[in-house]
Write a protein that binds this ligand. Sequence first.
Ligand SMILES: NC(=O)C1=CN([C@@H]2O[C@H](COP(=O)(O)OP(=O)(O)OC[C@H]3O[C@@H](n4cnc5c(N)ncnc54)[C@H](OP(=O)(O)O)[C@@H]3O)[C@@H](O)[C@H]2O)C=CC1
Ligand SMILES: O=C(O)C1=N[C@H](C(=O)O)C[C@H](O)C1
Length: 265
Amino acid sequence: MAIRVIVAGATGWTGSAVAKAVLAAEDLMLAGAVARSSAGRDIGEALGGAPAGVAVVATVEEALRAGADVLVDYTAPQAVKANALTAISAGVAVVVGTSGLSADDYAEIDKAARANNVGVFAAGNYSITATLMTKFALMAARYVADVEVIDYASGGKPDTPSGTARELAERLSTLRKPATSKPVSELGGVRETRGGAIGAVQVHSLRLPGYVLSCEAQFGAPGERLLIRHDAGSDAAPYVAGTLLAVRRVRDEVGLRRGLDLLFD
Ligand SMILES: NC(=O)C1=CN([C@@H]2O[C@H](COP(=O)(O)OP(=O)(O)OC[C@H]3O[C@@H](n4cnc5c(N)ncnc54)[C@H](OP(=O)(O)O)[C@@H]3O)[C@@H](O)[C@H]2O)C=CC1
Ligand SMILES: O=C(O)C1=N[C@H](C(=O)O)C[C@H](O)C1
């Protein structure tokens, strides 16, 4: 039987690519589409194609009324947590694409998922090459103590750091050896220029026209540096396959799992 999928943010840059892929996949069924400004329209037509027989609704609560197995969220940082908790409390598994959630937010989502016997999957970045960046950086962190993360995005990105950088810093923190640089708290001058700490890793976010989203882990050792970097282009296609992989696997476990690499191996 096809997996019934609701896409929240179905008219957006990423959500529209995911919704089209769900409509095209034989083992998936688009059970709902959420977006406020297109509410009432057929999602196929809203995306510039043939009618799909699914009306866009303004909220996840409304979409859940038709029944679903998995909610995919590509909305906005201020909407994603409530959407995820709403789906979880209805017993529906969740794939989180939207960025902006903190470690505390994820702990709350995990607790709710376990209480409701539901699976949740989240990845700061569903692209395969971005996931490889994280994997390679985690490998390097086993051998090199000093690492900082730099996050580049367009000026309009509403959250900082990016979901990609946040997840990378959180995961590097789990392997982090003591840094050799002076502690930020002991520095004179403008301390904010040293970035913000996520776990044990300093993260620096640049917001400039010309970037889509890039993320790099910079490792330093005496006399040398290693740069591991991912650059996203202006097409949402790289996120689709990873998102659908998570949709197909999210109901296999209870509670939250984070990082697309967990599904690679
Ligand atoms: N993990 C990953 O690999 C990736 C993560 N992202 C993240 O996904 C998120 C979305 O990015 P992007 O696709 O560029 O965003 P867009 O702004 O292009 O699209 C957002 C979509 O969500 C809808 N939306 C926004 N707010 C709400 C709300 N409160 N309730 C219901 N629907 C809402 C919008 O429609 P309307 O305004 O009409 O409601 C629109 O359909 C961002 O946080 C981004 O960082 C993006 C790409 C990859
Ligand atoms: O806001 C975006 O555009 C993107 N955000 C994601 C993030 O916050 O890491 C990743 C994606 O490359 C695009």
